[in-house]
Design a protein around this ligand. Sequence first.
Ligand code: BJW
Length: 235
Amino acid sequence: MHVRNIVILTGAGVSAESGIDTFRDAGGLWEQHRVEDVATPEAFARDPDLVHRFYDMRRAAIQTKQPNAAHAALARLDREWPKKAGGEVLIVTQNVDDLHERGGALNVLHMHGEHLTAWCAACDARHRWTGPLSHRPPCPACAAPALRPDVVWFGEVPYRMDEIFAALREADLFVSIGTSGAVYPAAGFVRAARDLGARTLELNLERSQGSAWFDETRLGPATEIVPAWVDEMLG
Ligand code: BJW
């Protein structure tokens, strides 16, 4: 199949070798914290201090981490693919870190939000935010002490779904990297992409829950298999 447009879905596995914990692997975040205590709107309403501390810790941690060879390779593809093939690359990430951007990628869509943004529940403004939120700083726009992490919790609607499905409709190739396929709607993109006519490729440390839906699976650490795949694509 002649490939022009590529949609790449990334998950926690792409940042694992940068030292950022995944969620469901051994030692991952959900072994250390119950999802229901920190990643739902109900948890935030019940115990905002706990939820703020969890995100303050992770927001501080990501700023000490560096992009790895997988982020760099995807950024290279993002930059060079349009010249090579005349098509588009869209990186749809479930990750809330900024390592794709710091690795040099331009076309990145954060469907589960971003650590480095705070969202005001009072006035709906969003602000770049690198410090803590647990001391309830005032919103720079409206002064209400109503800032929350700008991330998508279970039961909330992921961001920019219309743009994602528009890109999937145009995609010739859908590639899933470093995600367990446990969380919807992202876990359903492979089937949507297939139904819409794209070829599908999985790059992961181990087979994901939706592995059977992919035309091809390549297993290994992201820092090895992603640069190798990008080299292949760019010839
Ligand atoms: C490596 C590696 C290396 C390791 N190299 N690989 C019942 C059935 C179906 C669905 C539902 C249901 N009940 C409820 C739902 C919906 C729910 C859901 O999916 N629940 C499931 C648990 C079943 N989903 C939602 O609520 C979503 N909203 C929604 O559906 O709204 C309705 C709607 C949708 C669309 C249109 C209209 C309406 C919201 C989901 C929000 C998820 N939020 C989180 C937290 C974000 C903030 C934060 O970071 O704290 O997002 S949860 C967490 O999981 C985070 C991640 O983005 C997400 C996915 O995790 P990911 O990235 O896959 O990580 P892991 O740890 O699971 O996997 C890592 C992988 O990497 C593994 O495979 C490793 O092998 C691999 N790996 N090292 C390569 N070195």
